[in-house]
Every structure is written in structure tokens, then in C-alpha cells.
Design a protein around this ligand. Structure first.
Ligand SMILES: Cc1cc2nc3c(=O)[nH]c(=O)nc-3n(C[C@H](O)[C@H](O)[C@H](O)COP(=O)(O)OP(=O)(O)OC[C@H]3O[C@@H](n4cnc5c(N)ncnc54)[C@H](O)[C@@H]3O)c2cc1C
Length: 390
């Protein structure tokens, strides 16, 4: 049984149904009419899905321009990033899951589960009829997003979240449709602002904020500076990856797997959760099909997400001047590597990046050094990083 019929839950449903497993998926909302959201995903999307989701792709990005207050850098992509319409990919995965034999029930809100003989009893509310129904299962997948109730009951824990706010805007004429832009402004967010074009004249401008900071005000100011008018607003809180707790367990005689945002399978550098959530769903499906163990299957994803966590701990410490310095360090070799390996292949790229630009090591080390380290050591590391930037 699966709770949550967005990307992660539906992909697990599709994979399991393809292998002949009886799948029942419940979602509180209408799976075929989910709200639109413009997402950018790396080319690893096709790799993890095993097919190219052409119906959901609205644009391709060949270049990413990065801006700090006084510097800029360009990353030419070897494989283009894909601009994805979430409602379309959810619909596509739902159709595939139904065709493969999965039973999808929209309008059923998961309430709780309790131990039963041979598994657990799952309680859901039929929202339309306002009826409570009970189902028994020995395998439960929680794919119910950042505020996962399955995770809350299984782990007695909630995941950390960050707010994402995005406006769909009309773009001025003559803009390149294949170039995304990213602005670092640590005065207003430790993350960044972005512009992802859907076409020549339409795009998504957004920011990831911190809990408690005024994301709406910051986005409005950002849009006003660029004379962009929002047509539509898309917003939600997204969970972020942490090393613990592990996203699987056993309650009574039932195996419980958490996938997607419910498991915090989100890259904390960019707060991108589409590809990593699908990756988690695939690992859970493999474990259920007896082709592996979820912990083992998740190993590469956890390593990848752990590296993003490490990078985020460096990025969270950067000032505007540090971002200027960082972009200066991005020379031809490093931008080539950043374009050749995707954001979902950090483990493959990481050491290569440090070899190509060793000054990144002193740049990061200075920021990560504990408070007690003498100032002269920090000044030495800053000079070492600066020399490379000249
Ligand atoms: C504005 C915005 C922009 C984003 N941009 C990007 C991007 O560019 N690239 C990227 O990779 N990621 C991006 N993300 C993150 C990405 O959208 C999520 O990581 C991804 O959608 C998570 O998918 P999921 O299937 O795990 O969960 P969700 O999409 O959150 O789906 C959870 C599902 O569970 C259902 N549900 C919840 N509670 C219950 C319940 N009690 N009972 C039954 N059903 C329930 C919900 O109805 C929903 O269908 C963005 C997010 C936002 C908000």
C-alpha cells in the first residue's frame, strides 16, 4: 500500500505494478489534477525513470549563468537540464501506474495505522463521503510529502523543512530560452534566487528562503528590481535531507518505507527533490521486489545527499564577498566539470573539482574551521584561496 500519489509514490506504484505486485495507492487529492509547478531537473531524470517523459518537458536548459554581487560565471551543460511541469509528470506516472495494474484512489486522506496480525491496519478518510475506511497491509510506503503523517507515526519525528516560493512571469522579448540564471544574495537568503525559462516569453522566478524570513517580501523586491510581474504564485515547504532518521523500519509485521520528500530525499544545495525522490522510490521498489535491501539500495543516494549536506554547510557560511571569491575560482576547467556532471552526480564530480581547482579546498577549510583556530591560519587559507582567484 502506498500513501501519496505525487512523483515518488506513483513511480513506486508503477515499478511494483509492472512486476505483478498488487498496489493500492491513496492520495488526499485528485492525482490527475495536481496543481502546476515548474521544476528543473538534471538529465538524470531520464536515467532514473528509464524512459524520457516527453509529455512533461516544457523546455531544455543548455547554460546556467551564476551571479554574485560583483562577479559572474557561466556553466555550459553537456547534457541539457530539463524544465518539467509537475502536474504533467504526475499525470504521466499515474497513467503508467494504472496501465500496469495499480489501483489509484484519489480523495482518500491517510489518518493513521495500528499494529494488526500479519501487518498493520491503515485508516483513511474518504473525503467525499466523509467515511472512515480500514485496510490491512504488510508493506506500507509513505510518499506523502514534507509533512508526511506516515513518517510522523513511524518515526515519531518531523523533518526539517524550508519554504520555496516561485512566481510565473512573462519574460521581456529577446531573452534566451535555453539559459537559466541563479543569483546569490546571502543578505536575504543563504540559498539563491533563480530564473528558469519555460519558453522565450515565460519563466519561473523563485527563491528558497529560511524559516522565519520574509520570502514573499524578498521575492516581490527581486521581481520589482527586474520589472517582472507575477502571473501566478507557486509555493510550498520542502523537507531537507538529514543523516537521520533512516527512512525505513518495521512496525508489527509490516515493512515501512519512506520515499521522496517524506524521507527528506532532497538535495540541500539546491532543494531539488524530484530526481532524488524518484531514486528513493526505485530503491524501495527494488527492496520490496526482493532485488535488494532498502538500506543497501539507498547507499549511493545517501552518499550523494550527504555530500550535498556537506556543501550546504559551507555555502551557509558564505558572505557576499565569499560568493564573489567563489565565482572567481570557477575557471574554464571547473565550469566544464560542473557542466559535464549533473547536480545528481556530486559524488562523481567532487574530487575531480578539487583536483581541477585545489584552492577550493582552502576556500572551504577556512569557512569550516572551528572558532578556536588562530586568525593567522584563517588569513593564510584566505590568501591561498585568493591567489587562485587572481
Ligand atoms: C515552488 C517549488 C519549486 C520547486 N522546484 C523544484 C525544482 O526545480 N527541481 C526539483 O527537483 N524540485 C523542486 N521542488 C521540490 C519538488 O517539487 C519536491 O521535492 C517533489 O515534488 C516531492 O515529490 P514527492 O512525491 O516526494 O512529494 P509531494 O510532491 O509533496 O507529494 C506528496 C503527496 O502526498 C499526498 N498526501 C499528503 N498527505 C497525505 C495524507 N495524509 N493522505 C493522503 N495523501 C497525502 C499529497 O496530496 C501529495 O500528492 C520545488 C518545490 C516547490 C514548492
Amino acid at each position: 500500500m502506498i500513501i501519496g500519489g505525487s512523483a515518488a509514490g506513483l513511480f513506486a506504484a508503477y515499478l511494483l505494478a509492472c512486476d505483478g505486485v498488487r498496489v493500492r495507492l491513496f492520495d488526499a487529492n485528485d492525482v490527475l489534477r495536481t496543481s502546476p509547478r515548474t521544476l528543473i531537473a538534471t538529465s538524470q531524470l531520464t536515467e532514473v525513470l528509464g524512459f524520457f517523459p516527453s509529455e512533461a518537458i516544457v523546455n531544455r536548459i543548455n547554460r546556467i549563468d551564476l551571479f554574485s554581487p560583483h562577479r559572474s560565471a557561466t556553466i555550459p551543460m553537456t547534457e541539457p537540464d530539463l524544465v518539467v511541469e509537475r502536474a504533467a509528470i504526475v499525470r504521466l506516472l499515474a497513467e503508467k501506474a494504472i496501465q500496469a495494474g495499480a489501483e489509484i484512489r484519489s480523495g482518500y486522506k491517510f489518518l493513521n495505522f495500528a499494529p494488526a496480525v500479519g501487518g498493520v491496519t491503515v485508516k483513511v478518510r474518504n473525503v467525499k463521503l466523509d467515511l472512515i475506511e480500514e485496510f490491512k497491509t504488510a508493506t506500507l510506503i509513505g510518499a506523502d510529502g514534507a509533512f508526511s503523517r506516515v513518517a510522523k507515526i513511524a518515526e515519531r519525528n518531523s523533518r526539517a523543512t524550508v519554504p520555496i516560493l516561485q512566481a510565473i512571469v512573462r519574460l521581456p522579448s529577446g531573452r534566451e530560452a535555453d539559459t537559466a540564471q541563479v543569483w546569490f544574495d546571502p543578505e536575504t537568503t543563504p540559498y539563491f534566487y533563480w530564473l528558469i525559462p519555460e519558453s522565450h516569453d515565460r519563466g519561473a522566478v523563485g527563491l528558497i528562503a529560511e524559516e522565519g524570513c520574509d520570502a514573499k517580501e524578498n521575492l516581490e523586491r527581486f521581481l520589482a528590481c527586474r520589472r517582472l510581474e507575477p502571473i501566478e504564485i507557486q509555493a510550498a515547504k520542502i523537507s531537507v535531507y538529514a543523516h537521520t532518521p533512516r527512512p525505513w523500519g518495521r512496525v508489527s509485521d509490516c515493512d515501512i518505507y519512506l520515499v521522496g520528500d517524506a524521507a527528506g530525499q532532497v538535495k540541500v544545495t539546491t532543494v531539488g527533490g524530484l530526481v532524488s525522490g524518484l531514486w528513493g522510490a526505485k530503491a524501495a521498489a527494488k527492496a520490496i521486489l526482493g532485488q535488494g535491501n532498502y538500506g543497501k539500495e539507498l547507499g549511493p543516494l545517501r552518499r550523494e545527499l550527504g555530500l550535498h549536506l556537506l556543501m550546504r554547510s559551507v555555502l551557509n557560511r558564505l558572505s557576499s564577498a565569499d560568493y564573489d571569491r567563489l565565482l572567481e575560482l570557477l575557471d574554464g576547467k571547473t565550469t566544464h566539470l560542473l557542466g559535464r556532471y549533473t547536480r545528481d552526480e556530486l559524488a562523481k564530480m567532487f574530487l575531480r573539482l578539487l583536483v581541477a581547482q585545489p584552492r577550493l579546498v582552502s576556500f572551504a577549510a577556512r569557512l569550516l574551521l572551528p572558532r578556536g583556530v588562530p586568525g593567522r591560519v584563517k588569513r593564510f587559507l584566505r590568501r591561498t584561496a585568493d591567489v587562485g582567484a587572481q
